[in-house]
Design a protein around this ligand. Sequence first.
Ligand code: ATP
Length: 359
Amino acid sequence: MVSSDPILRLEGVVKKFGAFTALHGVDLEIREGEFFTIVGPSGSGKSTMIRLLVGMDEVTDGAIWLRDQRIEAMPANLRPTCMVFQSLALFPHMSVGQNIEFPLKLRKVASSARKERALELLDLLRLPRDYYDKRISQCSGGEKQRVALARALAFDPEILFFDEPLSALDYRLRKTLEKELKNLHQRTGKTFVYITHSLEEAMVMSDRIAIMKAGHFEQIAVADEIYGRPVSRFVAEFMGEVNLFEVTSRDGTTLESPCLTVKSGTTNESLPAGGNGLLMVRPEFIRFCGEDESPDYRIKGRLLEEYALGSRIQYEVETETGQILTVEKLRQDRASSGDIGSEVMLGFDAARTHLIKDT
Ligand code: ATP
């Protein structure tokens, strides 16, 4: 259950490395029980952020609050949080059970109670109880990942931080563990803070996503909002395939763009008269149109390529102004789009668009 109360709050957090500023006065609130994911391209500052949150590095300026306690100067080992790394840092010479119990041993918990808790955690992570005596070196990649999670949970942290824990695993295992992590989050009710550069991973698991760009957050919202209503070109393009038309509005109601024919009466989110913006439409909302159809927006083009993407087919179409558009159809709805090189008519409706203003 996500509470509306923040468990973690950042105020004006700045991180400098010499003359280089990696984080530019970041404000953020993460809610109790939330699965919060920070996504961004390489070098945007994700690892820097998480290192400050767990206490592996010091802020240059600003404050970090854990509920009503200021923690930015608190050493990592005193913070009630725990980190799961990409490299799992398990002890290879110890058994699965000894690895999971390690945090409890540090806390001097009696051995029978430690074992009981380790077995409960094996159940929680859906590993067989007889793995308790198994060597780490005999575990598969996915099993090791589960052991690392069990060990992190043995700390009983208030917040679990994850730094790309699935990135070294193969596609199928990653997909399985994404769902297991989401499920584990629901079952434990803990706050999970996760960083990744995989948009798909973020979309599958998170309650909210923060998109990071060059040391600041560009947008923080639920996945649907970020996908459907991005605030900028950067977010729109980062969140998968997208078509963006540079538009203007002469009268403040109708949008115009050189390659678009607009059906009369079509209104959209408005720009002020004379204003500029980007009209966004995702590839799945563009269709190949026949003569009898009258979508709100029509575009003439030439079919350049067709790519089979498993369950979907992706088309590339070049408009008369030279813009390359992406259109996607489910395989069973494969368009009778004509041959490569042929003229096509595309269309989409205003209700399927989103306007990015002031670009
Ligand atoms: P990736 O996805 O590649 O791990 P990231 O988003 O986690 O990238 P960071 O590792 O946080 O990015 O790095 C953010 C910026 O800060 C980068 O430009 C990086 O070069 C710089 N940086 C990080 N650590 C240091 C350091 N110790 N000294 C100097 N610059 C650093």
